[in-house]
Write a protein that binds this ligand. Structure first.
Ligand SMILES: CC(C)(COP(=O)(O)OP(=O)(O)OC[C@H]1O[C@@H](n2cnc3c(N)ncnc32)[C@H](O)[C@@H]1OP(=O)(O)O)[C@@H](O)C(=O)NCCC(=O)NCCS
Length: 166
């Protein structure tokens, strides 16, 4: 990551900045909730209210734009993220970058930060699901495990990915 980039963006933990819980939940609901009957903004707020651990799951990290002093990207690790694949854990989830800040490498950086944190916690395997951004995760060396029909997703399909971290 370039020095310019590092100077502009600061990584923070939602644990230290609970004032951003509503922003994270709104991003999450907009990206994944609006098409689902099961999800409400209120439920997403509750998920982020508990996604505020430090040094253990569930946690959330955020990139701040230090010039505008606003949150611009997020990523989380949760114990549970799928009713379909309900027996595996933990999950990288909620990788989201504000539209104005996309294609600058922020999502890649968030993934790197989350993986580093998981390795520090001695977590061996990490899972995630994707519908549209399949190649994004393949490039980060995630392996496709299974794909299912998922009408609630933008593509109608959802793929389970796994990565061995240790
Ligand atoms: C997907 C997303 C997180 C990427 O964020 P970003 O900061 O722009 O990503 P980066 O700059 O680190 O990486 C960009 C790469 O991702 C790819 N990408 C971005 N969105 C994609 C999508 N919907 N489908 C496939 N690839 C995508 C870009 O083509 C680019 O590829 P390249 O590295 O070969 O050039 C962002 O577009 C987003 O928040 N989208 C809405 C939420 C979402 O779909 N999250 C993913 C969960 S499945």
């Amino acid at each position: 990551m370039s020095e310019l980039f590092l100077n502009r963006y600061k990584l923070i933990s939602l644990a230290d900045y609970p004032q951003y819980i509503d922003t994270c939940a709104a991003w999450h609901f907009t990206a994944w909730g609006v098409k689902s009957d099961q999800r409400t903004l209120k439920k997403d707020i509750k998920k982020f209210q508990v996604s505020t651990e430090k040094n253990k799951v569930p946690f959330t990290v955020i990139f701040m734009d230090t010039v505008k002093n606003v949150p611009v990207a997020m990523g989380s690790v949760w114990d549970k993220d799928s009713d379909y694949w309900s027996t595996i854990s933990p999950w990288i989830t909620g990788i989201f970058v504000h539209e104005d800040y996309r294609n600058q490498g922020l999502a890649h950086e968030i993934m790197k930060v989350l993986e580093k944190e998981l390795i520090r916690m001695n977590i061996q395997n990490i899972y995630l699901t994707a519908s549209a951004a399949i190649n994004f995760y393949k490039k980060l060396n995630y392996t496709e495990v299974e794909t299912r029909d998922a009408p609630e997703t933008p593509t109608g399909k959802q793929t389970l990915f796994k990565k061995e971290l240790l």
